[in-house]
Design a protein around this ligand. Structure first.
Ligand code: T5A
Length: 212
């Protein structure tokens, strides 16, 4: 693992608890004296947040899946170049709320863009740059959506899709985890937050070795 297992992405369906777990892990790492950079996708820079508004705002179907993919990678390229790579070079931990697997899953497997095209774009933009560890937060889509609905916030267009779409995203994440067991760890996200957090920390300690 090139950066000592310090680049960690959190993936999974809506309401799986990614943001909650990133906060808990970030607090833990900071308490241990580490620099932690938390970022999210789409977003994470001023310009990428503007892209986020463009993609997630408005009516469903505003962009084709290919257009979404291109926007996601434009934002991701700037985020990696200006925030993630410099942070890793300083020795910081980087916790990313979604990364490239989201494009593979939402625009590729579930959205209909051929997966070899998504892979080719990744290679063009980022080469073989990928997280050291990816936690795939697995939860029944109906359970995750219940959590999302119970929040006071308005739903974005990606949170208004039908159950079949979310089932496809779940299957796709599990297929990625199976294909890349060295990078991906499937986490049972329906457990209580502190149980999930302990599980995640266990995996990081195992993989990061002397870094923690
Ligand atoms: N997208 C993104 C693409 O299509 N392509 C791409 O390339 C990328 C990068 C992003 C959307 O963009 C799409 C995917 C998404 O549809 P978003 O608003 O960032 O949209 O949505 P999510 O990433 O799904 O974020 P959410 O906030 O909806 O879900 P989280 O972060 O997984 O969940 P979290 O932690 O906010 O928790 C949700 C609620 O559940 C509670 C929390 O308190 C909160 O109220 N909760 C728990 N309750 C019980 N038990 C637990 N263990 C809990 N953990 C959290």
């Amino acid at each position: 693992m090139s950066q000592g297992a310090k680049f960690i992405s959190f993936e999974g369906g809506e309401g799986a608890g990614k943001t909650t777990q990133i906060k808990l892990l970030g607090d833990y790492l900071q308490a241990q004296g580490h620099e932690v950079v938390i970022t999210r996708e789409p977003g994470g820079t001023l310009d990428a947040e503007a892209v986020r508004d463009l993609v997630l705002g408005g009516e469903p179907g505003r962009w084709s899946a290919t257009e979404e993919m291109l926007l996601m990678y434009t934002a991701r390229s700037q985020l990696v170049r200006t925030i993630i790579r410099p942070a890793l070079e300083r020795g910081a931990w980087v916790l990313s709320d979604r990364f490239a697997d989201s494009t593979m899953v939402y625009q590729g497997y579930a959205g209909g863009v051929p997966v070899d095209k998504v892979r080719a774009l990744h290679r063009l933009v980022l080469g073989n740059f990928n997280p050291d560890i990816t936690f795939i937060m697995d939860i029944e889509p109906t359970n995750g959506m219940q959590r999302v609905h119970s929040r006071a916030e308005a739903l974005n267009q990606f949170e208004k899709r039908d159950t079949k779409f979310y089932e496809r995203t779940r299957d796709a994440y599990l297929a990625i985890a199976k294909a890349e067991p060295e990078r991906c760890v499937v986490i049972h996200a329906a457990e209580a937050p502190e149980v999930v957090a302990a599980n995640i920390l266990h995996h990081i300690k195992t993989r990061a070795g002397g870094d923690l």
